[in-house]
Design a protein around this ligand. Structure first.
Ligand code: GRG
Length: 308
């Protein structure tokens, strides 16, 4: 613990709003990602172009904000948290590219522009996703992310667990092949795997960088699990009540596909009530941190009330 005093960026960030902080982070991430995915000449240029198209200049960057905010809370340097956030954004972009493919959700619009397979082609979209996945691990394994090899290996292993057979890939499988008459618990398990695991990793990674004690990490992970639920339930609610041009993608997909989303299973009112309940649970988990955790409670409120 305790590198924050060396880290001027965090000091400059004190007491600024979530919106201002997000816009600084969006800018910093775009600069770093552009360095990590250089333009290339020749046939491989199409691959880097598709990767850049997917990951630079779009998205709310909420998982990244979570990672840097947890890192700040536990005293890890911003530059390290920014690199881990870039890795998270690569994984997130990969999951969106593959989710949008015709063999999965078959979507034409994402982040207000054509999906990668629409802007390029299906094979390029698959390969851009694969290369982003590999890049995420390359970033985490690089010494620039953390000088301690044990910390880097812990990050790599935590990310592998997050996305694999017990994580994102499993959640997507449950989403594609849902159980008929899913119970509330089964539904929440699917939501948790599909969306919650990467959100949990963002918080976990911040805590790994800061090498905080296990009780602090457990509290942060409980917060992150509730945040993942609030975020995904709000996603389901937005699918019903949002505006496509604000959300940046096709809506009413759940009802059209007969998908058992939270809104389908619980009804709109109950889904909204539970979203708020999970967000309040987040804020309660943070009580012991005092004012230092303000950004984390702002993130929870935003996740449950966002319109995009
Ligand atoms: C990573 C190995 C591996 C497999 C991926 C395709 C797949 C398996 C998973 C898809 C999971 C998925 C698309 C979940 C939805 C998560 C979600 C709510 C996305 C929207 O997140 P926002 O609102 O998006 O943060 P922006 O565009 O703001 O970044």
């Amino acid at each position: 613990m305790g590198h924050a005093e060396d880290d001027k960026t965090f000091t400059q960030w004190a007491d600024i709003s979530l919106a201002a902080r997000l816009s600084t982070l969006q800018r910093d991430l775009d600069v770093l990602l552009a360095e990590l995915i250089p333009d290339r000449a020749g046939p491989a240029g199409r691959l880097s172009e598709a990767m850049r198209y997917a990951v630079i200049g779009g998205g709310k960057r909420l998982r990244s904000l979570l990672c840097v905010s947890v890192a700040e809370l536990v005293g890890a340097p911003y530059v390290q948290a920014l690199r881990v956030s870039a890795a998270i954004e690569c994984i997130h972009a990969q999951s969106l590219i593959h989710d949008d493919l015709p063999c999965m959700d078959d979507d034409d619009m994402r982040r207000g522009k054509p999906t990668v397979h629409r802007a390029f082609d299906e094979a390029t979209a698959v390969l851009a996703g694969d290369a982003l996945l590999a890049l995420a691990f390359e970033i985490l394994a690089d010494e620039a992310t953390h000088p301690d090899a044990v910390v880097r290996a812990t990050l790599v292993s935590a990310l592998a667990r997050t996305i694999g057979q017990n994580g994102l890939a499993a959640g997507q499988m449950l989403d594609l092949y849902p159980q008929v008459d899913a119970s509330r618990e089964q539904l929440l398990e699917c939501e948790m795997l599909k969306t919650g695991t990467l959100i949990r990793f963002a918080a976990e990674a911040g805590s790994i960088l800061g090498q905080c004690d296990s009780s602090t990490r457990s509290r942060l992970l409980r917060y992150a699990d509730l945040l993942g639920l609030a975020f995904q339930l709000r996603d389901d609610v937005l699918d019903r009540i949002g505006q496509a041009e604000v959300v940046g993608k096709r809506l009413n997909k759940d009802a059209d596909a007969g998908r058992q989303s939270a809104v389908q299973v619980l009804g709109l009112g109950e889904a909204q009530r539970q979203t708020e309940m999970f967000a309040k649970g987040c804020v309660q988990e943070l009580a012991g941190f005092g004012g230092k955790a303000r950004m984390l409670s702002d993130i929870a409120v935003f996740a449950a009330s966002r319109m995009h």
